[in-house]
Design a protein around this ligand. Structure first.
Ligand SMILES: Cc1ncc(COP(=O)(O)O)c(C=O)c1O
Length: 437
């Protein structure tokens, strides 16, 4: 045993041997998760209004996912990265059936960061450039390329990002990034951002990567007309438009893909969180033209788990369930109910400055003053802490300049009464969270 430390006998949560990758861990242990509910080791039930890490759109422990895991487990779990199992091309075929042309080819990875990494590498190889624009409120992942294009958090102290990365203003009409509009974006921030990028460019444009609804950036849906204008800006410069639909794809916003309502088709779309329904599965999808050109130029993107059979089988089960149970329609209907409830809370609770989002992906912007819109940061944390005590898991995003925003994204399978219960708990937490600051 020399040189080994004794394992400490367990308090409720022994965390002293874990790396704290996101601050301190909450003082609870989750024992089981089923549907929209988590159960802690001491038997408390918590309603999960974040679908895990925004992944479990079918809820926890959905029978279709469990069945796919069992079945794949008995057939084949993992393979040499060049080998295919039936589920991989089948998942690609089923995805193309719900994606518009010219999107035509997919590769399957594990995480959202990886899918964006592959998208950026495709864009660089295809265009020959390396300049990449992303929103100042973006989150695209923790791998180097994705992290270089992640501006909401985590930039300081890790050395230089990849050369050529530049930020675009986040088009949040409630918090106009260029102090120009109030409540209605006229796209001036986009034109100004692109002009600024042009002045910094060394003539090597590659891509713009964007979330159709910024999530870590404070639940900011792209304003009317924004995506179409962005598409034009990309085309004028020979840049690919990459849309990161990690959180928005497969029903959450009331459509299969968030880009559908903008009348724009991207050159590359990345899917992750919701595709695996809680298992690590992501996809990078692009056109024949981009894929053919990249392959001609020697495209290489091996990972240990690229094309793994088990997650692909799960992805097929998720997609099948989303379609069979008409979850986009459900997200619209239940989203309207949740939104109406949040707006009713807004009428009674001064700290709620804004309610925004689409379908079952909603944000509640908490302010210490409705006029100045100064973020109520400590209050927001107090609300989430009180919610957990009362049995509701709601997440807060509060990064500098982006507000203090409750992110609400329950499973699409949630029952209407569970939505109402979550609203009741939130109502109480808003009353009991402490001073508004
Ligand atoms: C929009 C978006 N893209 C990418 C990622 C990164 O995904 P992953 O954590 O699976 O790498 C996230 C994670 O939160 C995200 O919200």
């Amino acid at each position: 045993m020399s040189g080994m430390r004794a394992v400490t006998s367990s308090p409720a949560v022994a965390t002293d041997q874990l790396i704290r990758y996101g601050g301190e861990f909450p003082d609870l242990l989750i024992e089981t998760a089923a549907g929209s509910w988590l159960t802690t080791s001491d038997g408390r039930r918590i309603l999960d209004f974040t679908s895990g890490q925004m992944c479990a759109t079918l809820g926890h422990g959905h029978p279709a996912i469990l069945e796919a895991m069992r079945d794949a487990g008995e057939r084949v779990v993992h393979l040499f990265s060049c080998f295919l199992s039936r589920d991989v091309p089948e998942l690609a075929r089923e995805l193309m059936a719900v994606l518009p042309e010219p999107l035509a080819r997919a590769m399957f990875l594990s995480t959202g960061g990886e899918a964006n990494e592959a998208a950026l590498r495709l864009a660089k190889l295809h265009t020959g450039g390396y300049e990449v624009l992303a929103f100042a409120g973006s989150w695209h992942g923790m791998t180097a390329g994705a992290a270089s294009s992640t501006y909401s958090a985590g930039r300081r102290g890790y050395g230089p990002p990849l050369p050529g990365t530049m930020a675009l203003p986040t088009p949040n009409a409630y918090r106009c990034p260029i102090a120009h509009c109030r409540d209605r974006c006229d796209l001036a921030c986009l034109d100004a951002g692109m002009a600024l990028a042009d002045s910094q460019s060394v003539g090597a444009p590659a891509a713009v990567i964007a979330e159709p609804i910024l999530s870590a950036g404070g639940i900011v849906p792209l304003p009317e007309g924004y995506m179409a204008r962005l598409r034009e800006h990309c085309d004028e410069r020979g840049m690919l438009l990459i849309l990161d639909e990690a959180q928005t794809a497969l029903g959450r916003v009331g459509a299969m893909f968030a880009f559908e309502r903008h009348g724009v088709v991207p050159d590359v779309v990345t899917l992750s969180k919701t595709l695996g329904g809680g298992l690590p599965l992501s996809a990078t999808v692009t056109t024949d033209a981009v894929e053919n050109d990249a392959v001609d130029k020697g495209f290489l993107h091996f990972t240990s788990h690229v094309s793994d059979p088990l997650p692909a089988a799960v992805g097929r089960a998720v997609l099948r369930t989303v379609l069979a149970d008409e979850l986009p329609r459900r997200a619209l209907e239940l989203g309207a109910r949740l939104r109406a409830g949040l707006e009713e809370l807004q009428r009674r609770h001064e700290p709620i400055g804004d309610v925004r989002g689409e379908g079952l992906m909603l944000g509640v912007d908490l302010v210490s003053d409705r006029d100045t819109r100064a973020p109520a940061e400590r209050f927001g944390t107090g609300v989430t802490e009180r919610c957990i005590e009362l049995g509701l898991n709601v997440n807060i995003v509060r990064f500098p300049g982006l507000g203090s925003v409750l992110r609400i994204a329950p499973p699409l399978t949630i029952a209407p009464e569970e939505i109402d219960l979550g609203l009741e708990i939130l109502d109480r937490a808003l009353r009991e969270a402490g001073p508004r600051q």
